[in-house]
Design a binder for this molecule. Structure first.
Ligand code: PA5
Length: 336
């Protein structure tokens, strides 16, 4: 069975995303550090912004659990992302960030995150409804960069470059990779640590959309452990896909060459486009996302269904974590 896959309309969504923060009032802020909180398809926006925000001059943490990092305080910019607005790990951090006096910005399409932010007068970007959380990435990503730009944190000039080159990216090479690796039990992605967020995104997209096991490792670190795994047996049947930057330095180029040789035959490459870090990161994300859609299509997988994620969320609801948080907010008499 071949399913017709509705894929993300990146161009339209990116254009809309750039307007989402237009009416939002955000005073300038010079944080001592930044924490992005969010899970899964929402949380990845923090990882990606961390990849591109190389000029903000303060440490950036991405927090994917119930606990807010210990260093978060009134000098922290806390960016809270949940597409549904009802993810309990994210909401738990939101309440803690409020108690610690962090400067909070929320990004959501609804749920408790929208309700609580409005009640507490916390700036909130309201995303369009009706998407899968992971499909809403253009909205999430450009809402985060839009808010940071408004507060005077970092420079996002690469946005224009990405928007211009997006329609020119040829997806045929990615289709060819999908065709070659479709039968593999596991996909491995290697790439430089400057693309740490992209590696996480492509792995998760393969998991959630194509329902395949995938793994991602960073260079140069994998040259200090993972490569040894190929010494005894080699795994020529397991494909390895390299995320590659056309402007890579000599050392990394040499590491990729060495690693490819070590891995043996079955390797592929997905290349960056553009010259800014934002364009490079988002062009890789675009192609990685497409790879996951194409694999879902070829393998006849319903990419929208995520029974196990929904199942664990339903199971956990029995513990009443969100209701308890709500009561805590009420008992603190925090409604404005
Ligand atoms: O893509 C998905 O559906 C998931 O990874 C969700 O993003 C994740 O479960 C968190 O939910 P939300 O994005 O609504 O906070």
């Amino acid at each position: 069975m071949v399913l017709t896959i509705v894929v993300i309309d990146y161009k339209r969504m990116c254009e809309e995303a750039l307007q989402l923060t237009d009416g939002l009032e955000l005073a300038p802020f010079k944080p001592h550090n930044i924490v992005f909180a969010g899970m899964g398809g929402s949380g990845i926006s923090g990882d990606l912004v961390k990849d591109i925000a190389t000029d903000v001059g303060v440490p950036i943490g991405v927090s994917k659990d119930y606990t807010l990092p210990p260093y978060a305080d009134s000098e922290t910019l806390f960016v809270c992302t949940s597409y549904s607005g009802n993810t309990e790990e994210t909401l738990t951090q939101f309440v803690e960030a409020y108690k610690r006096g962090c400067r909070i910005v929320a990004i959501t399409s609804g749920g408790k995150l929208l309700e609580w932010s409005q009640r507490l007068n916390i700036p909130v970007v309201k995303l369009p409804t009706g998407y899968l959380p992971r499909d809403s990435l253009p909205y999430l990503f450009f809402s985060v960069t839009g808010c940071m730009e408004k507060m005077g944190i970092g420079n996002y000039d690469g946005t224009r470059e990405f928007m211009e080159l997006l329609p020119t990216i040829d997806l045929q090479p990615v289709n060819n990779i999908a065709d070659s690796v479709k039968g593999s039990p596991i996909l491995t992605f290697y790439g430089p640590s400057k693309f740490s967020g992209v590696l996480k995104r492509v792995k998760s997209q393969i998991n959630e959309n194509a329902k395949m096991i995938a793994r991602a490792e960073e260079l140069p670190e994998l040259n200090h452990n993972e490569v040894v795994a190929y010494e005894v047996h080699g795994y020529p049947e397991l494909p390895v896909i390299f995320l590659q930057d056309r402007d890579e330095g000599r050392e990394m180029t040499e590491r990729v060459r060495f690693t490819r040789k070590t891995v043996g035959g079955n390797t592929y490459d997905i290349w960056t486009h553009g010259s800014s870090i934002l364009a490079k990161v988002m062009s890789l994300v675009y192609q990685g996302d497409h790879l996951s859609f194409k694999l879902a299509e070829i393998r006849g997988i319903n990419r929208e269904q995520i029974k196990t994620i929904d199942g664990i969320k339903n199971e956990l609801e029995r513990l009443n974590t969100v209701a308890t948080l709500e009561k805590e907010l009420e008992s603190m008499n925090l409604s404005s």
